[in-house]
Ligand binder design. Sequence first.
Ligand code: ZN
Length: 396
Amino acid sequence: MVDLTFFFFLLAAIAIGWLLGRRSVRKKVVRDDQQQTLAQSYAQGLNYLLNERHDDAIDKFIDALEVSSATFDTHLALGNQLRKRGEHDQAIRVHQNLLARPSLARASQQRAQLELARDYIAAGWLDRAERLLQELVENSSELRNTSLEHLVEVYRDEREWAKAIHAVNLLHGRRFKRLSAEWAPIQAHFCCELAEEAINTKDYLSARKHIDAALGYDRNSVRANLLWGRLEHLLNRPREAIKVLQRIPRQSPDYIPEILELLITCYEAIGDEKGLDRYLESLLREHPSNSVLIALTERIHQQQSEAAAAEFMGKQLALRPSLRGLGHFIDLHIDSTQGRARENLSLLKTLIDQLIASRPHYRCGNCGFSGNQLHWLCPSCKHWDSVRSVKGVEGE
Ligand SMILES: [Zn+2]
């Protein structure tokens, strides 16, 4: 499909270029043949455009429209349009062409440099973008903050967490002071990334330091508390782990399924079975979810009987029907049935399992990206904390 906006934009760019060219040659009373060449170039560019040969039209545009203070914005805007359309190589060519003109004013060169860095980010050439942005941070007071914001983006995608933290601090001009409501949770995530790396290498001292830093930026960080709980568990301190994990449902009930396994392990480690039951019951009352319901049903099954567990699950399903609950309910009945009924229940269970497997468990509230894994940073729209477990009959 022809992109009309872009078509008209290029058309206008070429027409403006042609008019500017005519004016400048008139002023300077340049030879007729030069004016002729210019007119030919623009006619050819227009021809390419009409035949939807955008690449050739852009080549013609770059070759023919002289870069000057009068045409700078046209060049810049054309490059930006190309980047928005995903034509990264072409955008890079247009912006590189601007940067290669030493006659341009310094401020204009820096604007072209910023756009080129944005092209590199869009094309995934992060190291090139990083170099250009670092130069701008050092040399342009006007573009410093915008460049720093892009640098944070680059370091995030390169997983250079310490550098990202440093760039955010530079952006705010002070270390360990209160960040804005927009940046504090992001900075906490960067600290959590470092804490996760430290936990993976069993460097628990550093992990604690990074978790403390994360909570210093954002004391409601669910991820920091989850990591703190994991750390306490790894250090064989189940009571402390339970205390920390129990903060999470108050901070954000959406993350209850993420804490359950570890919480149950820690309660079992201290042998407080009754305490665990009471806590799970309170969770089910205050923030009903299938993960808690199934965990509680499993405990009734272990402590009492299959029949008691099935009765409990049946009552809960009547209040809050769900596929996962139904699957578990059938599981509890299969063992006590025989013959044809057992076969039918098995078939039903297989179908429900297939239905559950075909549905995503997590979805991004910002862009709709879905999958079966919890991402703190949405892989699609790059928003933090927007991916949550799916609710309703098919989800939690
Ligand atoms: Zn998203």
